[in-house]
Design a protein around this ligand. Sequence first.
Ligand code: SF4
Ligand code: SF4
Ligand code: SF4
Length: 439
Amino acid sequence: MSHIADRIISDVGLEVGVASLTTEKIQEVVTRTLKGETGAKLKAYRETCMRCGLCSQGCHFYMSHDQDPSYSPVSKATETMYELIDKKGKVSPERIYEMAQIAFTECNLCKRCAHYCPIGIDIAYVMITVRRICYLLDVVPQYIRDTAHSHSSTMNQMWVKDDEWIDSLQWQEDEARDEFPELRIPLDKEGADVFYSVIGPEPKFRTQLIYQAAAIMNAAGIDWTMPSHPGWDNSDMCMYVGDYENMGRIKRAHYEAAQKLRVKRIVMGECGHAFRSIYDMGNRWLGYKEMPIPVIHAIEFYWDLIQEGKLKITHKYEKPVTIQDPCNVIRGRGLMDKLRDVVHYLCEEVVEMTPNREHNYCCCAGGGVINCGPPFKNTRMTGNRVKAEQLKDTGVKDIVIPCHNCHGGIEDIIGYYDLGMHGKFIGDIIYELMEKPEV
Ligand code: SF4
Ligand code: SF4
Ligand code: SF4
């Protein structure tokens, strides 16, 4: 059995943070957080966990490391939160470094293990609470810290300036009008049916996704809009850092951008964590009982378009595809059937991964792990050998992946394990197959 102390990775954010810690400060933050923010849940988990190890098989890290107990969910909780509870926070700064590395880089918060625990202990909740404590101690990996800082200072995670955002939308509209002469990307249209929101990287280096979404909205005759002002970026690394104050600020800005335009609903692009942040975590932190405006993920939007006969394709995608089930919209929202309806509508042949649906393995990028940057890339690659095997066993080349983070994670796995496969968003496939005007 390995131990976290034997695999410490150098990261400037963790190192500088730990350098200014004292045991007293750690104790104070741990006590304050456990008392003020966690209620009885963690204590109940600590007291009811039987150490049966049934959760181990649920975790891709454990399975990919030849069942090394150090990577089992229960071990991660024992080495971090349960120790903090037992010792009432009286641990050394070096131990906080180890705990931060476990919580930020060896758990994707994917919640798969919770399905395997007979009493429903949610290790993802335990790990995100460890992150919260590390954040309050200022011990956070540098790359994800930078992304969260960018979002909290500029209201988008990629530092896109306000005029660059509008320019990017106008540029995409301009490009698309060569192909679809009637196409518009309507900005700030009050009372529109759909407020479409994207993640920060889309205007920065995935602009084709905005182009494709505009083409689909246009062809389906949707009354839609995008905001010209901050609140357009639905991503949220503050959530994964444990900076809940800024998570709340960012989510409020997103909702308020839509409320200001008095739209009927928010449709989010193909991103898993952004959906978790607006649908599960940010809204709860803000104390919303109900969503101020209904929110749906792109999978559900495309499903609706198909039901309403608004999505017209000229033919089906001919090559066989497999489906990546993103944890945050499958385990988190139950969209597994709708995802399959959409993919089967678009594609001739679908070869399922095994296991799939709510039992699917995470891509190992999620939970902000990919955002912890290059120092931890190898952790992701060795920690997800089972995903590589699962992908390879399908025998197909194309993977439908309705989540940005899953794309990044799976593309890395494809390269590392030399799988020769390729990821596609649903929007990529719809755009390829849709009826286009003759110009
Ligand atoms: S990575 Fe997923 S399965 Fe593994 S401990 Fe974290 S939440 Fe559980
Ligand atoms: S399956 Fe549940 S009870 Fe058993 S060790 Fe894991 S967390 Fe504890
Ligand atoms: S990146 Fe995708 S597979 Fe990984 S945790 Fe997020 S939704 Fe799940």
